[in-house]
Design a protein around this ligand. Sequence first.
Ligand SMILES: C[S@@+](CC[C@H](N)C(=O)[O-])C[C@H]1O[C@@H](n2cnc3c(N)ncnc32)[C@H](O)[C@@H]1O
Length: 244
Amino acid sequence: MIKKETVKKNFSKSAESYDNYAIVQKHMAHQLANFLPILSGEIEILEIGAGTGIFTKLLLKKYPLAKITLLDISENMIEACRSKFGEQLDYIVDDAENFSTNKKFDLIVSNATFQWFNDLGKSLLNLKRFVKKNGNIYFSIFSEGTYKELSYSFNKFSNDYKYSQNFYSINLLANVGFVLKEEIFVEEFKSLFDFLKSIKKIGAQSSLKDRKTLTPNILKKVEKIYLEEFKKIKASNYLTYVKI
Ligand SMILES: C[S@@+](CC[C@H](N)C(=O)[O-])C[C@H]1O[C@@H](n2cnc3c(N)ncnc32)[C@H](O)[C@@H]1O
């Protein structure tokens, strides 16, 4: 179970460092933008989990006349967007899993956010209520397999240490919508410490309720297991792009 207060706190803390570390999210944003349909005029778009506005910039480029609403659970992220885009956009601080509105949108989009949902199927059914008749939902998501090297190493060390969250499976994603693309993006780090630091700088550290504290000694032991098994501190990101 993902603890929403922790998600909010972690992302709020990372609002300043996020852009320098969000390499994979930037890649996903460009990929997702390429899948978006050609639409013109004053269409209405809702972007969920806007973060610091990396994907928003691409939306503005693609749909210059659109009316865009940004929603994020973190107030600091929304403030970062407000200072970038000003009053040309609308802003909402809310948990998208419980979101409700009397508006309908031509597009609901989300980059690299839905892995934070506790119940993706239910949340998507809810969000569908706010899509116009011919509208669509497009999203990218970190899916099952992401950080598998990290999970393996922590699990081998001890069942008590679960540093990474669970990710939705490709089967589940294929059930909720049409899978446009799947890819694996591999990153490499100098040390496990650097890898975990990069996760922290984007606010994506585990928000699981039962997370335990890491000590330098534990980190050293887990890094040893990691290097024995994988030779390098590499991190696989399984990325999936979905249309509904
Ligand atoms: C990894 S960041 C992605 C940000 C941005 N879309 C990008 O591409 O850089 C995930 C964002 O989703 C937000 N978020 C996480 N869970 C959320 C929820 N339940 N409702 C709304 N926003 C959420 C976080 O605050 C964070 O800003």
